[in-house]
Design a binder for this molecule. Structure first.
Ligand SMILES: [Ca+2]
Ligand SMILES: [Ca+2]
Ligand SMILES: [Ca+2]
Length: 427
C-alpha cells in the first residue's frame, strides 16, 4: 500500500558542530586514579568505582564550574593520586591547557605542568606545582587536562592517546583579564536566536557575569533597540550578585514586530564599574517578515522557489513537467517505497478572516505518467493529504484540512482545492 501525506509546515533546523578534544585514557582500570585536582576555584575529589576498579577517563568540564585565571597570573595546580585496589607503583603527572583555544592540547607551551620526580602512589601522592598563564593566552573558556600515569617519567606523558594504568581528568577554565574589585559585564546574548520570529512580545535574554572580586547588589541593566523597532528599558537584577558568578536576565514584552533589522544592545550600568569594556553586548537581529499577501507561486521558474523546504522537487528535465495544463509544478515519487513526504512553504501573511489557500494536486500512477494524461490512482481510506498551519513561526501547528482516500476521486486531471483559513495573527 502506498501512503500519501502532505503537510505545509514552517520549521527550523539547527545544525551545530561541536569541536572535540583528542581522547586520553588509561586502558587498565586498576591501580592509579586521580583522587583530587585543585586549581583556583576547582577543588574536585573523585573516588574509585569499586575494589580495584578506577576510572580511565573522567570529564568534569561541564559538571565542575570553570576556574577563572588571567594572562600573567601564576596559579598552583595540585593533583592527588591514589590507588584503586592494593597496588601502587611509580607515578608521574602532567597537565595541559589549550591556551589558544583551538581544541588541540598539543600546541607549543600547552604542556603546562610535568612532575619533576615520580612518586609511589600507595597510599597516595600529591603532585604540586605552579602554572603561569602566558600573556598571549586567548581569553575565554578553554580546557585543562590532568593526566596521571604509572611511569617514572612525566616527559613521556602526552595530551592524547592511551596508556596502561592511571587516569585522565578534564576541566574547564576561563581565561579573563586580571580581576578588579568592581566589574560587572555581559558574557552571552542568549535570545532571540538569529532564526527566531520577532513578535510584539519578544523576550530578550542575556547572561550577566560578575567579573569583579566584590559581590554586588541590585545591579542596573539596560536594553536599547534601534533600527526597525525602538526600545529603551532599564531594570535591576535584584539581590546579591556574587563575585565570579553568572545570572541570566530576561527583558520581556519587547515589541520587535516591525519587519527589518534591529540593533539590540544590552549593557550593565554599575556606577563603580572599573572596566567598562565588557559591559555591553550588541547583536543584529533581522526579521524579514512573511511574503506579502496575496501570495502566489506557479513554479514556472523551473527551480524550487525560495522558502520551499521538503521532499518535493521540480524536475525540469522531465519534458512534461508536473503542473496543471502543461505548466510546471512540484512532485514527489512514492513509487520507490517511500510512505510519506512533507513540503513546507515560506512564511506568508498577514491573513484576513476570509483568506483562502488554494492549490492544484493530482495523484497518478507512475506507469503511463503523462501531463496531461496518466492514470489516476485509487487511494485507500488511510491515504491522506494534510494541510497544517502555524501562526507562531513553527512552534505549534493547527490542523486545517485532510483529504483522504474517501474524498479523493481517482482521476488523471488536476483537482483544485480551496480552503478557507481562519484568521491567523502573529502574537
Ligand atoms: Ca578520579
Ligand atoms: Ca591549543
Ligand atoms: Ca565591566
Amino acid at each position: 500500500m502506498r501512503k500519501f501525506y502532505s503537510s505545509l509546515l514552517f520549521s527550523f533546523l539547527f545544525l551545530q558542530s561541536q569541536a572535540q578534544y583528542c581522547s586520553s585514557a588509561a586502558t587498565q582500570p586498576a591501580d592509579e586514579d586521580i583522587f583530587n585536582v585543585t586549581f583556583q576555584t576547582i577543588n574536585n575529589s573523585s573516588a574509585c568505582i569499586g575494589a580495584g576498579v578506577g576510572q580511565n577517563y573522567t570529564n568534569f568540564s561541564s559538571s565542575v564550574a570553570p576556574a577563572i585565571v588571567w594572562p600573567g597570573g601564576t596559579f598552583n595546580l595540585s593533583t592527588t593520586v591514589g590507588v584503586c585496589g592494593n597496588f601502587g607503583y611509580s607515578t608521574s603527572v602532567a597537565a595541559f591547557i589549550d591556551y589558544n583555544r583551538n581544541f588541540s592540547l598539543t600546541d607549543g607551551g600547552e604542556k603546562v605542568y610535568a612532575s619533576p620526580t615520580f612518586q609511589n602512589s600507595l597510599p597516595s601522592a600529591v603532585f604540586s606545582g605552579n602554572v603561569t598563564i602566558p600573556i598571549t593566552a586567548s581569553q575565554g573558556l578553554t580546557r585543562l587536562r590532568v593526566v596521571a600515569v604509572e611511569t617514572t617519567s612525566s616527559a613521556a606523558i602526552t595530551a592524547c592517546g592511551g596508556y596502561n594504568w592511571g587516569e585522565t581528568e578534564d576541566y574547564s577554565i576561563m581565561i579573563l583579564p586580571q580581576p578588579i574589585a568592581n566589574d560587572m559585564g555581559m558574557s552571552v546574548f542568549n535570545n532571540p536566536l538569529p532564526t527566531e520570529c520577532l513578535t510584539k512580545n519578544t523576550s530578550i535574554t542575556v547572561t550577566v557575569f560578575n567579573y569583579g572580586t566584590n559581590n554586588q547588589m541590585n545591579v542596573p541593566i539596560h536594553l536599547s533597540v534601534s533600527g526597525a523597532n525602538t526600545a529603551n528599558v532599564s531594570a535591576v537584577i535584584p539581590g546579591t550578585f556574587n563575585s565570579f558568578t553568572e545570572q541570566q536576565f530576561t527583558f520581556t514584552g519587547i515589541d520587535l514586530s516591525n519587519y527589518g533589522s534591529n540593533t539590540i544592545k544590552v549593557f550593565t550600568g554599575l556606577l563603580t564599574d572599573g572596566r567598562p569594556t565588557n559591559d555591553t553586548v550588541t547583536v543584529i537581529r533581522t526579521f524579514a517578515g512573511p511574503a506579502p499577501m496575496p501570495y502566489s507561486e506557479n513554479f514556472e521558474s523551473g527551480v524550487t522557489p525560495p522558502g520551499y523546504v521538503g521532499n518535493m522537487i521540480i524536475n525540469s528535465a522531465f519534458g512534461v513537467m508536473h503542473g496543471n495544463g502543461g505548466s510546471k509544478g512540484m512532485y514527489f515519487n512514492l513509487w520507490n517505497g517511500a510512505t510519506s513526504f512533507t513540503e513546507t512553504l515560506p512564511k506568508v501573511g498577514t491573513l484576513r478572516n476570509d483568506a483562502v489557500f488554494s492549490f492544484d494536486y493530482r495523484i497518478v500512477n507512475r506507469t503511463g505518467y503523462l501531463n496531461p494524461g496518466g492514470v489516476g490512482t485509487t487511494t485507500l481510506s488511510d491515504d491522506s493529504l494534510t494541510l497544517w498551519m502555524s501562526s507562531d513561526c513553527g512552534t505549534t501547528f493547527q490542523h486545517v484540512q485532510t483529504i483522504t482516500g474517501v474524498q479523493h476521486t481517482a482521476t488523471n486531471a488536476f483537482k483544485n482545492i480551496k480552503v478557507l483559513i481562519k484568521r491567523q495573527s502573529r502574537n
